[in-house]
Design a protein around this ligand. Structure first.
Ligand SMILES: [Zn+2]
Ligand SMILES: [Zn+2]
Length: 441
């Protein structure tokens, strides 16, 4: 529970990189609550300028228009794809960070749980550079806003469609955790070193921009990779701002209907670039066993409520070596939809966050070779990875010599990290030569 103090908000930081325009004095905005950070006592708002949508006639006609546009765009109608994209691109949309105290109080109580905050919509004006007069919108208006800017109007892909996409993959030989600053991007490459599958294509957010690698993060999109998005957080998809070739590919994404305009706009951009966006139906668990290449891929929904805990777990199994790589995104291990008995590679959940991890990490295989990878950037303001996370992973059997960070110490010795199935892989020449990605093994 959050205990509130009633002091005035002190700061607001506009993520100008995402905002089409900055927030403007005297203008009014709608915002969905994107993320609540109890430690920092900050709230990230996913903001859109109202542009007259306050009147109930206009908001309801916009809601019908967008519901139709989303459905038509997802079904492949090119004219509606570009119409949808234009409509979203002409709006002022962006992430803004404010103090927790900027949220309106609930009349009934001084305390709210994080789950009750995230995904709620507010209205406010900007006065003296800060949100003022904030109030929660009515539930009818909130539903309308979710149809316009959220994922509630997206048609979902059934397991058979997702299986069909995954079955096109060749054998994967190595997993390379890229150095993207404080975010996550795990690239799985074929025997030629071309990336064919991603678990997330993130990069550090503006708030951790100092952790970005010099020259920006690098990705390989040479061979139409399939992207599996763990959850709708900015540090897990922001790579599209550095590598637009990540747009016209196939994205397999979780449906998290409480996410706001900044995230939904990614879908419109992918569709507009000629990519495919498959929001996976929540009830489906599309395991794929591609017998010909001796590997199987499984995707399933985590069982929690928050953005971090309600996304997708991806596991890739190599049958001949009986090895498995696991990519839980930022989910608490307690919310994983299944627990492999041991893994060769574990991408440590939530960059090694100290908080919110109540579950036991997946255990390493008893063989000599196993790797625990922390996808972290330094500096980051959360203090990831935490000593507490290290202890928890050690408790699950991970040894310090099996643990690798993409950023270590200061001065920062940064690098990508490559993992094989039963031993360190060879350096992937394509990643080195074409993308300048050099990995430690
Ligand atoms: Zn490439
Ligand atoms: Zn993250």
């Amino acid at each position: 529970m959050i205990s509130r103090n009633r002091s005035q908000p002190q700061t607001s930081e506009v993520d100008v990189g995402l905002a089409v325009g900055a927030v403007v004095e005297g203008e009014s905005y709608f915002a969905s609550i994107d993320e609540v950070d109890l430690e920092l006592r900050k709230v990230t708002l996913d903001v859109v300028r109202t542009d007259g949508l306050e009147t109930s006639g206009r908001i309801h006609s916009a809601s019908s228009e967008f519901r139709r546009l989303w459905r038509s765009a997802f079904s492949g109608d090119r004219a509606d794809v570009s119409r949808l994209n234009e409509r979203l691109e002409e709006m002022t949309i962006g992430l803004v960070e404010v103090d927790l105290a900027a949220l309106p109080m609930e009349p009934s109580s001084d305390q709210l749980s994080v789950d009750e905050y995230e995904g709620r919509w507010l209205w406010f004006t900007i006065r003296d550079g800060l949100p003022a007069d904030a109030e929660y919108v009515s539930s009818a208006r909130q539903s309308a806003l979710r149809r316009i800017f959220g994922q509630s109007a997206w048609p979902m892909a059934i397991a058979a469609n997702v299986r069909g996409v995954l079955a096109t993959l060749p054998r994967l030989e190595q997993a390379v955790t890229l150095d993207v600053g404080h975010g996550s991007a795990h690239a799985m490459a074929d025997d030629a070193g071309l990336v064919r599958l991603y678990s997330d294509v993130g990069a550090a957010t503006r708030f951790n921009a100092a952790s970005l690698p010099p020259g920006g993060p690098r990705y390989c999109a040479c061979a139409d990779p399939i992207i599996v998005l763990s959850h709708w957080d900015y540090d897990h998809w922001r790579g599209i701002e550095y590598e637009p070739a990540l747009l016209p590919v196939t994205w397999l994404v979780p449906v998290q209907p409480l996410k706001g305009p900044t995230h939904s706009r990614v879908a419109a951009r992918v569709l507009n670039a000629g990519g495919r966006m498959l929001p996976i139906k929540r009830s489906s668990r599309p395991r794929v066993s591609a017998g010909g290449v001796g590997q199987s891929i499984s995707i399933g929904y985590c069982t929690g409520k928050s953005t971090n805990d309600s996304g997708l777990l991806l596991t890739v199994t190599d049958l001949p070596s009986d090895s498995l790589w696991a990519f839980p995104g930022d989910a608490d291990y307690a919310t994983l939809p299944w627990r492999p008995k041991s893994v060769t590679m574990l991408a440590a959940a939530h960059h090694g966050a100290a908080r919110n991890q109540t579950g036991q990490p997946l255990a390493p295989t008893q063989r000599d070779y196993a790797r625990l990878i922390y996808s972290v950037g330094l500096p980051n303001r959360y203090g990831h990875p935490s000593a507490a996370a290290d202890l928890v992973h050690q408790g699950a059997g991970w040894l310090p010599q099996q643990t690798v960070h993409t950023a270590t110490g200061a001065p920062v010795a940064r690098h990508a990290v490559a993992v094989g199935w039963f031993g360190p892989p060879l350096q992937a020449k394509h990643l080195v030569v074409s993308h300048g990605v050099v990995a430690v093994m």
